[in-house]
Design a protein around this ligand. Structure first.
Ligand code: SAM
Length: 313
């Protein structure tokens, strides 16, 4: 069965009385080279995070669709758990994945999923054997950033995010935002919040013609690689009176304030939470200008500022 052939995808959907659902962001991959490259990149990254090359590797896929990426992942990984929201696709996936006994299809909305419980349930044995876990998906574009934030925020700042990598295809515009640096026009609240937990790199671009139906936007594959957490970005976090987890949360609040009023200086945008004199004093302590805007602050600047502000209260 060629799951990346437009005619075959249409035939399969027809057979089960289905059509691509816009509301679920259903744009299916129809160029076999693309899911192959995504799976290969994801797996290479998971091997580099695995200390023992013989240890098993697992992957969570979000939105298998008709199974184009799923079948590629199944060739690399010991286990694939794929979450699909669309009940209509389940019997189709049972047919298209019938040759892969390492694939489990779970009919569930990723936004309603308890990620740590899913990991425990589906990958507990792999983790016990010292194996690694990844996430890989061609994400439905209507929930790109919420899914990425959910995957990262399912874990407290005092624990590490347990994925070797999160390799996802998303809109190029969002990809450019996530890889941007402080001070650039694309840099935003989600960029800073993601960087508190991970590094992000763009792997390759995918034009709209590689999908059925053809989407209005172009796409890019990115890799989100969890780093050593906030104490790697800001070593003084270990001595923060707030503790690592509260410092992380306070930093997220500060990021929201800063980007809620993007054109204002941080002194003004954070004034609802901290006295202005304290913000000015903290900025001076850190060698930052008093008229700086949040959009010029990196994730580690936000951490240092949140720590200074809360020490001064
Ligand atoms: N993986 C397939 C491919 O690459 O051809 C399909 C990708 S399509 C862009 C997105 C998939 O995510 C669809 O199968 C859609 O039904 C599913 N989906 C949408 N929202 C979801 C959600 N909240 N939870 C789980 N799956 C979802």
């Amino acid at each position: 069965m060629n799951l990346c052939n437009r005619t075959e995808v249409k035939r399969l959907l027809d057979k089960y009385g289905l059509a691509p659902r816009k509301g679920y962001g259903q744009n299916f991959l129809i160029n076999p080279a693309v899911p192959q490259m995504i799976a290969e990149n994801s797996y290479t990254m998971s091997l580099s995070g695995n200390l023992d090359n013989n240890a098993p590797c697992g992957v969570i896929e979000i939105g298998p669709g008709v199974g184009a990426l799923t079948s590629c992942l199944a060739q690399y990984y010991d286990k694939v758990a794929a979450l699909e929201i669309d009940k209509g696709l389940i019997p189709l996936l049972e047919e298209s994945m019938r040759d892969f006994d390492n694939v489990k299809i779970i009919c569930q909305d990723v936004m309603e999923t308890d990620i740590p419980a899913l990991i425990e349930e589906e990958f507990g044995d792999i983790i016990e054997q010292g194996g690694s876990l990844s996430v890989c998906a061609n994400l439905p574009y209507y929930i790109t950033s919420p899914v990425i934030m959910k995957l990262l925020e399912s874990f407290s700042f005092s624990e590490s995010v347990p994925f070797s990598s999160i390799t996802v295809m998303i809109q190029t515009e969002v990809a450019d935002r996530l890889v941007s640096e402080a001070g650039s026009g694309e840099y935003g609240a989600v960029t800073a919040a993601v960087r508190l937990r991970a590094d992000v790199k763009k792997i390759f671009n995918v034009s709209a013609g590689n999908f059925y139906p053809i989407p209005k936007v172009s796409s890019s594959v990115i890799s989100i690689i969890p780093h050593g957490g906030i104490s790697q970005l800001y070593p003084m976090a270990k001595d923060s009176p707030l503790g690592i987890d509260r410092l992380g949360k306070k930093t997220c609040e500060l990021i929201s304030l800063a980007f809620g009023q993007r054109r204002k200086t941080i002194v003004n945008s954070a004034a609802s939470a901290y006295p202005k004199e304290l913000i000015v004093k903290s900025l001076r302590n850190l060698g930052l200008r008093e008229d700086i805007r949040g959009e010029r602050l990196s994730a580690s600047d936000f951490l240092a500022l949140a720590d200074n502000l809360n020490r001064g209260l």
